[in-house]
Design a protein around this ligand. Structure first.
Ligand code: ZN
Length: 166
């Protein structure tokens, strides 16, 4: 799936490169041009906060398919990770969130509330307490809508949102 996605993105970039071809000359290496554009257009920085009221400050975020996403989760509260821990877990489409959340609780604090060997997770941060931040980098999946949750026990019902990939 990733391979075909990469092919699509590369194809799109080639199309774009051709579109701007009027100004290019024969001495310019097409490959150099493509690489420069990839760096420019394929990175995204996201930030989201969790608080002591068991809330994310964003219910929806948007990125481009195939983008290298750097997401920072900040815990703006003061409560300890054991009492009000937060993480950010991006789930594959079709994942039953309730079932996943139950498995996450079983994974426990040692497993960072992510079931070992799970295939349902696209990306996740570690679990943090008040005043802390954590960052995760991942490649945005193909276009679609993906759910994210905090998988700390009991939080997912309140702490969930949608990542829209365009
Ligand atoms: Zn939480």
């Amino acid at each position: 799936m990733l391979k075909s996605l990469t092919a699509i993105i590369f194809g799109l970039m080639l199309l774009t490169a051709c579109g701007g071809g009027e100004n290019s000359n024969d001495e310019m290496e097409p490959e150099t041009n493509t690489e420069a554009m990839a760096e420019e257009s394929n990175e995204a920085t996201l930030s989201i906060e969790g608080d002591d009221q068991m809330q994310f400050n964003k219910k929806e975020m948007t990125v481009k398919a195939g983008a290298t996403v750097t997401l920072t989760l900040k815990h703006t509260g003061t409560m300890a990770v054991t009492a009000m821990g937060h993480n950010w877990v991006l789930l594959k489409q079709g994942t039953d969130v309730a079932t996943f959340a139950t498995a996450a609780v079983e994974a426990g604090v040692d497993g960072d509330y992510v079931p070992a060997g799970t295939t349902a997770v696209i990306a996740h941060t570690k679990t943090i307490g008040g005043g802390e931040s954590t960052t995760v980098e991942f490649t945005a999946p193909e276009a679609g809508t993906y759910e994210y949750i905090c998988s700390f026990p009991g939080h997912w019902a309140m702490m969930r949102g949608k990542l829209i990939v365009e």
